[in-house]
Design a protein around this ligand. Structure first.
Ligand code: COA
Ligand code: MG
Length: 291
């Protein structure tokens, strides 16, 4: 999945708009975009949406409230029988949070008679407190449902008492670069998808594209959006281009032609086994996006 669009679950208009946004997944949000007074209405509206949505459309993810609130369990009880594709846990502090939620989902699925192949996945926003950054190495093996990790700079800035999380050129400062990097490493170490966080300046298409390109360059496989206008940019950047694919094919061909060797030269550049792996991975990824 390349693009995940946050949709406040208490907004009928946004829920309606999200379906046609072109996003690979919608995140029906019960957390930070929903006022405290509206939590129950948002939960009902998310359940109704899950019941009635075209399930051949975007994947449906529900972001529950954090594990230090009273909401999250009731939210899981309400949504799991309606078979969302994934649950997104905010403000996780370690792999232990995934295990805790994973076990509750195991029970709820059993109670609802949902077969094991109907398993709902789990994503985490894993960088929203200072302590959480020290635990990004704990997600590997936390629970088999873990599917992706993403990061957030807004709650982290609030937790740190920061005035801003970007410098005067609009570039994330040290603490947020660290959060982004540790999320990438933690996700890859856990064998799950690393998903880049949001760009909150939703009218700044150039800034979004630059962030998305940097994310692809570093190994992220998708990015979260907060506005439908961001989806075409994210989908385009995270889809391997014809040029990228042609280069990957040329790398594979160069190795095939050379026979049983570990290193070849292509257009004045040394290529060895990691480059062959990267080329194969790009082709596999393009095929997965097409299917
Ligand atoms: N999902 C679906 N539809 C959305 C949307 C979203 N995230 N954001 C905007 N839209 C819709 C609007 O409802 C509007 O459609 P309408 O005319 O049919 O009502 C259209 O897209 C254009 O919206 P626009 O006027 O450009 O923006 P806005 O001022 O209405 O909304 C935000 C701006 C930031 C409030 C809105 O984009 C939003 O709520 N984003 C999600 C926030 C969120 O979930 N945060 C938590 C995670 S960080
Ligand atoms: Mg938040």
């Amino acid at each position: 999945m390349r693009s995940f669009l946050f949709v406040p679950a208490d907004s009928e208009r946004k829920l309606a708009k999200g379906a046609s946004s072109g996003a690979d997944a919608l995140i029906l949000d019960l957390e930070d975009s929903v006022a405290l007074s509206n939590k129950e209405a948002a939960r009902k509206s998310a359940v109704d949406y899950l019941k009635s949505a075209d399930r051949n459309g975007p994947k449906l993810v529900v972001r529950i409230n954090a594990l230090d609130t009273l909401f999250w369990r009731a939210e899981l009880e309400a949504v799991i029988p309606e078979r969302p594709d994934m649950i997104l846990i905010p403000k996780t502090f370690s792999g232990e949070c995934v295990n805790r939620v994973g076990q509750v989902i195991d029970m709820l699925e059993r109670d609802a008679g949902i077969a094991p192949e109907g398993h709902v996945g789990i994503g985490c926003v894993a960088t929203e407190t200072a302590a959480s950054l020290f635990a990004l190495g704990t997600y590997a093996g936390a629970h088999p449902r873990l599917t992706f990790l993403t990061w957030g700079a807004e709650d982290l800035a609030a937790a740190l008492g920061a005035r801003d999380n970007k410098d005067e050129n609009g570039v994330y400062t040290g603490p947020y670069q660290l959060a982004r990097t540790l999320t990438l490493l933690g996700a890859v170490a856990a064998g799950v998808a690393p998903i880049d966080g949001i760009c909150k300046d939703f009218r700044d298409e150039k800034g979004l594209e630059a962030e998305a390109r940097a994310a692809v360059r570093d190994g992220f496989t998708g990015k979260v959006a907060i506005h439908p206008g961001q989806i075409p940019v994210i989908n385009a950047v995270f889809t391997p281009s014809e040029d990228d694919l042609a280069h990957a094919r040329a790398v594979i061909e160069a190795f095939e032609k050379a026979g049983d060797v570990g290193v070849v030269a292509l257009d004045g550049v040394m290529l060895d086994i990691p480059h062959l792996k990267q080329a194969q991975r790009l082709i596999d990824r393009a095929a997965a996006i097409r299917s």
